[in-house]
Design a protein around this ligand. Structure first.
Ligand code: PRP
Length: 211
């Protein structure tokens, strides 16, 4: 059995559809219920839904052999896993955003609110800008509106959260997408099965990019 951690939510649905099309179907996963673990002995897979930011923890510790995690999470937490494939799903950008009328003139320490403190710190260290980092856990867009921070570092997908809160992208830091990751010892001991999944998913990605 290959244990596969999928990110719960909209991205996870797309990821599962890709695994299914690649030959790793598990029909019971489509049943509407509160179950979190699904397996199909015929295709040799056991899927489980976990919080997207927890996927890499399951994979790093070997509770899952493989999983799908956002590049944002991999950069922020640097789990000791192998990154095998860019699935090309869940595409978005990590960006600095702020109020339309805010301009960083560099005269004082910049207050940055974010969930991604490591990514934000590395970015500002790279450009030699002093910052005061404010760690939040969600609804980051509120911080500059209430004067808690000058800017935010956050994920922008459609841009509608920013627009609806009168914020705009100031700088794009990184493109983000979903990645297939593997536990290091599973990669050794279940290498053939994992390789087969990688090849089957790669064919799906190629097919999608040719349509
Ligand atoms: C993410 C992100 C932004 C929003 C961006 O939030 O933090 O708030 O999505 O998407 P958009 O550009 O399409 O509007 P999420 O829904 O994960 O909730 P959060 O507030 O917990 O971060």
């Amino acid at each position: 059995m290959l244990n596969i951690a999928l990110p719960k939510g909209r991205l996870g649905e797309k990821v599962y559809a890709m695994f299914e099309a690649a030959g790793y179907e598990c029909p019971s996963i489509r049943e509407v219920n509160r179950k979190l673990v699904f397996e199909n002995a015929d295709t040799g897979v056991r899927y489980f839904w976990v919080k997207p930011s927890d996927v890499s923890i399951y994979v790093e510790r070997g509770a899952a052999d493989i999983g799908v995690a956002g590049k944002d999470i991999l950069l922020e937490y640097e789990p000791a896993v192998y990154e095998l494939l860019d699935l090309g799903l869940g595409k978005c950008r990590m960006a600095v955003a702020g109020p339309k009328d805010f301009y960083d003139d560099g005269t004082r320490t910049l207050r940055v609110a974010t969930k991604f403190t490591n990514i934000a710190s590395a970015y500002y260290a790279g450009i030699g800008r002093d910052i005061d980092i404010i760690k939040l856990n969600g609804s980051i867009e509120i911080a500059p509106l209430l004067g808690l921070s000058d800017v935010i570092v956050d994920i922008v997908e459609t841009g509608s959260t920013l627009r609806e809160n009168d914020l705009e992208v100031k700088t794009e830091i990184l493109p983000i997408s979903a990645r297939l990751v593997a536990n290091k010892s599973s990669f050794r001991f279940k290498g053939t099965e994992i390789e087969r999944v990688v090849n089957a998913l790669s064919r799906q990605i190629d097919a999608a990019s040719n349509t």
